[in-house]
Write a protein that binds this ligand. Sequence first.
Ligand code: BEZ
Length: 390
Amino acid sequence: MKRRTALALATAVGVALTGGLAAAEEYKVGVLLPFSGVYAGLGAHIENGFKLGLEHFGADLGDNTITTIRADTEANPGSTLAKSKKMVLQDKADVLVGIVSSAVLGGMRDFIHNSGTPLVVANAGNNDMTGVKCSPNIIRVSFSNAQINRPMGTWLAKQGKKKVYLMAPDYAAGHQMMEAFRKTFTEAGGEIIGEAYPPLQGTKDYGPYLTAAKATNPDAIYVFFAGGAAITFVKQYHGFGIGKDIPLYGAGFLTSAAYVHVQGEAADGTVASLHYVPAIDTPENKRFQEGYQAAYEGKLGSEFAVQGYDAARLIIEAIKASGGDKAAFKAALSKVSFSGPRGPLRIDPATNNVVQNIYVFKNEFKDGKIVQTVLDTATDVQDAPNGCAM
Ligand code: BEZ
């Protein structure tokens, strides 16, 4: 990726676009992502997408420039808090971006809230961070855990499923995603007949959990797993032959475009919901996918890459809107809206969470590879009132 050249070129274009009014400021962005551990692959996709976003939208920076510094969050709340403090207090970052795990986001919330430095969340869906513990400094461009799963409860009940078994990793995101599904599914008349929460780190064998789930004879199993855990879970679900009797549904991170090619035939038949599917047929998504595949060895851009891409665009749009005024930049972050690869996107001023479409999609194994097709779209999905007082 020839980012320097692209940004240098972009600067000249930016003067013309802004009528030469932009002040020349350097914005230091602290990128905090897992580059090791169970979510390492997700971190790589988000960073790739972020770099592509800087290339595609850098022309809007005017005379301003963006520099990045990066650190590995390892899905570890303690070390990430220390690294964020260093980025803000020592490195003087103007904005932080990233954070994959809900637990990591929870661990740095108070520091970010008190620091005055904004954090653009590019994954972690922790409901509380745009709910009861919301902050003017936390702006989320990815999703909330409730937002992804609420539409699926209603949708699955409509498909005639009555008894569902839940499974997710035992940490904040796993519990919040299952609670959101439970709420809308039971409101629509469904029943949760059992649930299990295996440890996030180090679960290699889902066999005992799957045996216990099967014994309850559910109409369907609904899960959240992501990254390496999703690959292992889907392969074992298929390997144990459970899918023949009990269909698998979930939050769409389960069969992310980042690794569904690794799951292959094991993902066949799984239906899930997500804020982005590569099959979306719009010029914005075509530009994103073509750029991503050209830059990254033909790999499909995933929802994680889109979150990085849109985070870069959000920061650039806020710089543009605040005309290079750093004091105005923070407030501008939560006022940005645009149409990107996932469709229309805006930040809800009541919570600072993103408002966006949620897509229900199915995975089918055809001609030796998985094809993902959108079955249904819930438009403009916004978090219900959730205790946020900004
Ligand atoms: C989370 O911890 O919030 C999360 C991690 C991976 C995928 C989706 C959500």
